[in-house]
Design a protein around this ligand. Structure first.
Ligand SMILES: *Cc1c(COP(=O)(O)O)cnc(C)c1O
Length: 434
C-alpha cells in the first residue's frame, strides 16, 4: 500500500512535469524509487502519537499534550484500561451509581464545593453550562471577557452553538454591576464571568468581581457562573505556587457564592484532560439532567487518573504533581542541571554549548505575563543552522522539542522529566553521528 502510494504520487508528478522524486534528489537516478519508498516507510513507522522530550520550557504545552500526569495517576490509568472496574456500580450495595460520584466527593473535600460534575474538557464544561442555563435565552458577559482561548474556542461562537444569545455589557476595560443590572430582562438565563487566561487588560480598568457577581445574581434571581480556565488549587501540605499568584483560586471562586465554577483538568490542576464543574447542588443537578451531559462525560481511564490526582492533593502530596513541581523550581535549583547537560552535550564532536539565563513559561494560555527565570543551554552544532538542528532533533529518536530564540537553539531543563536528560543525550549522539 505504501509502495502504491509512492508510485501514485510519482505518476501524478511526472504527468504534471514536476517530479522531485519524493525529495530524494534533483534528477532521477537509479535507486531513487527505493529510497523514496524507504522514506515513506520510515515516516509511517514514526507516525501517530509518540513520546517526546519537551525541552521547549513551556510547562503546559498544548501541542505536546499539556500536563504529564503523576506516575501513580498514569499507573492507575493503565491498569484501568486493561481491566473491568466499578465504573457505575457501588461494590457495597451492588446498585448502580454515577461514574463521577467519587470525583465529586474528593473535589468537595479539596475545594469546599457542595457538588460537582466532570466532563471531557473545560470547553465541554462551558458548553454544558451555557446550554443548561441559557439555551433559548440570554447570557450576559462583560465586554472585556469575551475571549478566544485558542484552537477556535471563541466565546461568542460557543454561545451560538450552545443555543444562547450573547449580551455583552460594559466596555473592554470597565464593567460595573450597573451594566449587568441594566441588561437583565425576561430572557436572561445566565451571568457569566470568564477569566482572561491568555491576555491581560491593564491600566484604567474595572471589573465586577466574583463576590459582586454572585450577590447581584442572588438579588435578581439569575444563575451565576465563573469560567476559571486553569483554576489553581492551593492545598494543605503543598507550597503555594508563587509564580501563579494572579490566577484565581478554585476555593475562593466557590466561596464567593457563584452558582457554578468550571476549570480544566489538564492545566494547573496537573491531571488528564477533563473539565470540572463545581457549585451548588441545585445547579450541578441541573447540569447532570441535561441530555448533552451523556455526550460529554468522561471515560473510565480518565476517571481513574483524576481520582488518583485528587487523592495526591488530599494526601498532602500536591507538590509531587509534575506540573506544579516544574512551575516551582527556582533558577538556582535548575542551574546544576543546565550545567551538567551543557557539559555532556559539549563532549560530542562539533557541539558547542553555553549556559545563559532565560525564562520558561507556564503555557496553555495560563498567565501570559508570567516568565519563570531559568538557566538554559544554548547549543550549536557546527555547520547546522538553529532551524536545521531543531528539525533534526524533532525527526530523531526520541523526538526532542527545543526552543528557538534569536536564531539560537535553547534547551530548557525546567520541563525535562525523569530520564529525559539521557534521552536528550541519545538524540544528540544520533544527530552528530549522521
Ligand atoms: C483553557 C480554557 C478553556 C478551555 O479549556 P479546555 O480544557 O482546553 O477545554 C475555557 N475557558 C478558559 C477561560 C480557558 O482558559
Amino acid at each position: 500500500m505504501l509502495v502504491a502510494d509512492v508510485l501514485d504520487r510519482w505518476r501524478a508528478e511526472i504527468k504534471a512535469g514536476e517530479l522531485d522524486a519524493g525529495g530524494v534528489s534533483e534528477r532521477l537516478e537509479r535507486g531513487d524509487l527505493e529510497r523514496s519508498v524507504g522514506k515513506r516507510v520510515e515516516r509511517e513507522e514514526k507516525a501517530g502519537l509518540v513520546h517526546v522530550v519537551n525541552a521547549a520550557g513551556v510547562v503546559l504545552h498544548t501541542g505536546l499534550g499539556r500536563a504529564p500526569v503523576h506516575p501513580e495517576a498514569a499507573a492507575a490509568m493503565g491498569e484501568t484500561a486493561r481491566r473491568y472496574g466499578t465504573l457505575e456500580v457501588d461494590r457495597f450495595t451492588g446498585q448502580r451509581n454515577r461514574r463521577d460520584d467519587r470525583i465529586a466527593e474528593l473535589l468537595g473535600r479539596l475545594t469546599g464545593a457542595e457538588a460537582a460534575i466532570a466532563v471531557n474538557n473545560n470547553a465541554a464544561a462551558v458548553l454544558l453550562l451555557l446550554n443548561t442555563f441559557a439555551a433559548g435565552r440570554q447570557t450576559v458577559v462583560s465586554r472585556g471577557e469575551c475571549v478566544e482561548i485558542g484552537g477556535s474556542f471563541r466565546m461568542p461562537l460557543v454561545m451560538e452553538r450552545a443555543g444562547t444569545e450573547l449580551v455583552e455589557v460594559g466596555t473592554t476595560n470597565r464593567t460595573r454591576a450597573e451594566d449587568f443590572r441594566g441588561a437583565v430582562g425576561e430572557r436572561t438565563g445566565l451571568f457569566l464571568k470568564v477569566h482572561t487566561s491568555n491576555y491581560r487588560v491593564v491600566g484604567f480598568t474595572e471589573e465586577l468581581d466574583t463576590n459582586g457577581l454572585a450577590a447581584l445574581g442572588a438579588e435578581l434571581g439569575v444563575t451565576t457562573a465563573f469560567d476559571l480556565g486553569s483554576g489553581l488549587l492551593e492545598t494543605e501540605g503543598a507550597e503555594p505556587l508563587d509564580a501563579m499568584r494572579d490566577e484565581p483560586l478554585v476555593r475562593e471562586a466557590i466561596a464567593s457564592g457563584v452558582d457554578v465554577v468550571c476549570f480544566s483538568g489538564d492545566k494547573l490542576f496537573g491531571g488528564p484532560q477533563a473539565g470540572f464543574l463545581v457549585g451548588s447542588p441545585a445547579a450541578i443537578s441541573a447540569l447532570r439532567s441535561n441530555p448533552m451531559y451523556r455526550a460529554l462525560r468522561l471515560d473510565k481511564v480518565t476517571i481513574a487518573g483524576i481520582e488518583r490526582t485528587l487523592e495526591l492533593y488530599l494526601d498532602g502530596r500536591g507538590d509531587e504533581i509534575p506540573t506544579r513541581a516544574m512551575l516551582r523550581r527556582s533558577s538556582a535549583e535548575l542551574l546544576p542541571e543546565a550545567r551538567a547537560l551543557a557539559d555532556e552535550l559539549a563532549r560530542f564532536d562539533g557541539v558547542h554549548t553555553e549556559v545563559v539565563e532565560d525564562a520558561s513559561q507556564p503555557g496553555s494560555g495560563s498567565a501570559p505575563d508570567v516568565f519563570l527565570p531559568t538557566p538554559v543551554v544554548v547549543v550549536s552544532v557546527a555547520s547546522m543552522s538553529a532551524a536545521a538542528l531543531a528539525s533534526a532533533l524533532r525527526h530523531g529518536e526520541p523526538p526532542v522539542f527545543a526552543r528557538i530564540k534569536d536564531d539560537r537553539l535553547l534547551l530548557d531543563p525546567r520541563t525535562l522529566l525523569e530520564g529525559d536528560r539521557e534521552r536528550l543525550i541519545d538524540a544528540f549522539r544520533a544527530v552528530t553521528a549522521s
